[in-house]
Design a protein around this ligand. Sequence first.
Ligand SMILES: Nc1ncnc2c1ncn2[C@@H]1O[C@H](COP(=O)(O)OP(=O)(O)OP(=O)(O)O)[C@@H](O)[C@H]1O
Ligand SMILES: [Mg+2]
Length: 599
Amino acid sequence: MGKGNEKLSLKGNIKAFIWITRLSFSFNKFIYGLFIVSEVLSEIIPVLITFFAAQVISQLASGTEFFSNEILFYLVSAFALTLLRNLLHQVIDYSIARFNYIWDIKAWELFLNKSASLDFQYLESPDFNIMQQKVREAVNWRGTNVALYAPDLISSFLSLILISGILFSLNPIFVIAIVSLELVRFMLNRKFGKSLYSFWDSKGETKHHASYAQGAFENEDVVRESKIYGFAKVVIGRYKKELGEFYDASVRNLNNRTIFRVLMTILDDILTLVIQIWLITKVFARQIDVGGYSFYLANISTVAGSLNKLQTAFSWLSEQLPFISELRDYLELPDLIHKTPEAQKVINTAPTIEFRNVTFKYPGTEKIILNNVNFTIKAGDKVALVGENGAGKTTIIKLLARFYDVTSGEILINGVNIKDIDLESYYKLWGVLFQSFAKMWFSVRENIGIGNLEDINNLEMIRQAAQKADADGYISKLPKQYETLLSRDFKGGVEPSGGQWQKIGIARAMFANPKLIVLDEPTSSLDALAEAEVFANIHELSKESTIVMISHRFATVRNATNILVLKDGEILEQGNHEQLLRNGQLYAQMFNEQAKGYR
Ligand SMILES: Nc1ncnc2c1ncn2[C@@H]1O[C@H](COP(=O)(O)OP(=O)(O)OP(=O)(O)O)[C@@H](O)[C@H]1O
Ligand SMILES: [Mg+2]
């Protein structure tokens, strides 16, 4: 909450304002600069136009000769300035459109790069989802709107100072009255703007829930089951309730704000009337002429107009800028996995892995997930991790990938602490299939090829990887074979079955000729024949590589050279299949249970 307050403070707002202005300049100096210069000029020119128009009126009122030189001069000047102003508006429209395109590319690029490189600890924490949702709003539209609104604010401010100076020389009291009225308005507007953002802090979770519901029925799995169980009404009912709560608070704010705005409008108009009456008395007293009257009158309404614009801008900005601060904070989120500058590169051979007294809790939680785990996987070993759901198998993989650092103990890669290993060279060893893996909307070729970008265009190598994963047969029957898109959302695309997807995932893992193959339940959706085939292939073709595999299927597990049995975060027993059967403990129990089904 303390952090939220910082974002809402005037200081926080100003910082965010400066930040986004600099960001916009860094995106494209020319376009953004052009936009700002045109904005400022187009605000100042009208003051001059009014001045020349007033001069014409004065000339006419003084009974000058037909089209005197003065009248012609003022006329031509006003014309030139009007033309310039109108042309500037075209420039502004053009640069706004251009800047929007630029923003869409550059801001999203920043956001996507950051999101892709964030540590897991962020991604798996619930608060983070709300942050990401706010940041997405900033990237989507709030950011560019603020960037394009800022110069408007500056130029209104400039023209205001200019005109106030003119009016001040006429009568300081009026300027003071106008400015005081605006200050009141400014403070109240900020209050309303702030409280609107605070809803996000207090009700963000509710809105987050509701936004899940918005996309719920775009998910086939949900639609399918909701047809059978009929739970759509629960989802929609909750959506209405949750968003209703969020908006109820917003409507209260809106109502108060509207009442206040109506009052301010009435006060404004009364003030203008008073000033006008005063000006008329000045004309009667012959202290100003008709041209002067029209000049001051026009300026007063410009002042009122710009002040109003400033007001709207300020209150709108105090609503938007906290989102901008959130975007900045997101882009500046620090790396949690610290990389040592003198990290060691890993040589490109099958690695030896050792877990030494590894204990692990997920950051911010208290539950011990892995408790003093010890094991060694020698180069070229084929190791299986087995254990009940939630035993900690996938967690071991996440630690092995250094998505998290251990709470205590050490993980050694070829005898070197993983914290001192250069991750880029380490990941080059990896071929991995996670329990839930990336199903990209790309072609088959690319879906496999992203496993090793260097060879993504080498169809022959991709075909070989597909063969290892027993996926080649399926792929060759697709309408455009390796160029078929794997998503039904696109024209000509297909949706592979669960098992077909898994084979493509395995092909991706095998594509880079990995020295460390990590497979987290790679065969859960494969039929028994395919499973046997795939594993025979992997074992046959990866004799040199270290393999770590998680599986609940003993047909797969029994071929491992070493099996680690996990229970409640501890290694209960380890050995090969025969040894563990003789042990007669959890492994033997689980094996016999599964084997029963086949007898
Ligand atoms: N990001 C996380 N934050 C907190 N706890 C987590 C997180 N991820 C997993 N856990 C918890 O860690 C424990 C081990 O989970 P893990 O995913 O490692 O189990 P697993 O052995 O792979 O299970 P399964 O066979 O079901 O895949 C579980 O109790 C789980 O709730
Ligand atoms: Mg798991």
